[in-house]
Design a protein around this ligand. Structure first.
Ligand SMILES: Cn1cnc2c(O)nc(N)nc21
Length: 279
């Protein structure tokens, strides 16, 4: 059994994956060209992804693409809190918030968010654990070597799979010792976050290794650079490549949360794979 507890939700991920729709409310988000910075366009995009079958949405106010400029907490709050508030008011959507800041986590959980997706695995602001604990929120711990500003300068590992897995194991232990419920924690290898092309490919090939941690695994590969390197396609033409990687991970039952821009094709792929598996 693989249960993920996120506030009042008990999600059984033993046989079913979740499709997480990406909702960037950032002017420089690498794939949306920042058109979702406005509240109404963000809500329109959210409703579109929910209509396409997204199980949850990941709302982010600070771009995490390589070299992105950091965003101050006031600006990040201005961007994400109104979106979470309106989504909670208008929909029954399960909401994840992509942030590393304690005050953004607290404010969005207070508005009804269910999950904190922290690309720093709660290292940048350890106080983020307080609202996560208080609201019994779900939390996604992602591996990143360095910061979005430095991570792609010279990624290096002696054994990338072992080091990423050990890092995630250590972070799980740290959170449990800090009073976070073990079954509210999900993990993520952080594809593209301080990894060369080879590191990304090895992590994907050996993804089953992370099952040893017995936690839901989130995988975010949608439209990322390594897909372009292999297919030769530009960012806005990487749906097939992204879905193929998702299918590979799902078929090996190595990922339970798939974080994507293109919800409809991913939902179809998940449904087909699970229909075959459960037939
Ligand atoms: C915010 N963000 C961008 N890429 C991501 C990934 O691969 N995983 C997670 N958890 N968050 C991501």
């Amino acid at each position: 059994m693989l249960i993920w507890k996120c506030r009042d939700l008990n999600l059984d991920l033993t046989q079913h994956a979740l499709v997480m729709g990406i909702l960037n409310v950032t002017p420089d988000s690498f794939s949306d060209g920042g058109q979702f910075a406005l509240l109404d366009s963000a809500l329109h995009q959210a409703e579109q992804m929910l209509a396409e079958g997204a199980n949850l949405l990941d709302v982010g106010g600070e771009s995490t693409r390589p070299g992105a400029e950091p965003v101050c907490v006031e600006e990040e709050l201005r961007r994400v809190v109104p979106v979470v508030r309106e989504l909670t008011r208008r929909t029954k959507a399960m909401i994840s918030v992509d942030t590393t800041k304690e005050s953004v986590a607290r404010a969005t959980l207070a508005e009804g968010a269910h999950i904190i997706n922290d690309i720093s695995a709660c290292r940048f602001e350890p106080a983020i654990l307080d609202p996560i604990r208080e609201y019994r929120a779900g939390v996604i711990l992602m591996h990143m070597q360095g910061t979005p500003q430095t991570m792609q300068l010279n990624p290096s590992y002696s054994d990338v799979v072992t080091e990423v897995r050990n890092f995630l194991q250590e972070r799980i232990q740290f959170l449990v010792e800090a009073g976070i419920a073990a079954d509210s924690i999900a993990i993520d290898p952080g594809i593209g976050f301080g990894k060369t092309h080879e590191h990304n490919m090895i992590l994907l090939k050996e993804l089953r290794e992370f099952q040893k941690l017995r936690k839901p695994l989130c995988l975010g590969v949608s439209r990322k650079g390594f897909i372009g390197q292999i297919t030769g396609k530009p960012r806005n033409d990487r749906v097939a490549g992204s879905v193929a990687v998702a299918c590979d991970a799902l078929t090996r039952q190595s990922a339970q949360i798939i974080r994507v821009h293109d919800v409809a094709p991913t939902v179809d792929a998940v449904r087909m794979i699970e229909a075959i598996r459960l037939s």
